[in-house]
Design a protein around this ligand. Sequence first.
Ligand code: GTP
Ligand code: MG
Length: 132
Amino acid sequence: VEQTYIMLKPDAIQRQLMGEIISRIERKGYQIVQAKLMDLDSEIIANHYAHLLEQNFYPKLEAYMLSGPVFAMIVEGEEAIQGMRTLMGPTNVFEAMPGTIRGDFATDLTYNTIHGSDSPEAAEIEIKRFFG
Ligand code: GTP
Ligand code: MG
């Protein structure tokens, strides 16, 4: 059984999509073992997106992640890391198929609704980062 860090981004909360997305995660069969609504600051965003600090879109990404609360979750299940990435659809929302979270709810490269850890190493670090 694997744990992954999932975060509903500010657009998901503002658009009142939390229930819909959580329901998809539950229907898939994963357990939500911890969850909290939280406001991020620039420091935690810079740590989380350290690989993107030099990108020209970073200021827009930071402003997005500061624009309202996120809903942070630890999601548990068999192969949950890859499974959640599949449920979410690819980062590039234009490639995300209908039926995926990003495919159904996102139309913009920045405002893509949800985050999920992309490896076991990332999951461990991100769970520590957001849940201590
Ligand atoms: P996360 O699950 O949020 O980490 O996304 P990811 O792992 O699918 O992608 P990545 O870590 O590479 O990018 C993090 C976030 O930066 C994305 O989810 C987008 O919000 C934003 N982002 C990534 N690539 C681009 C891009 O090319 N243009 C813009 N505008 N935003 C991007
Ligand atoms: Mg990422």
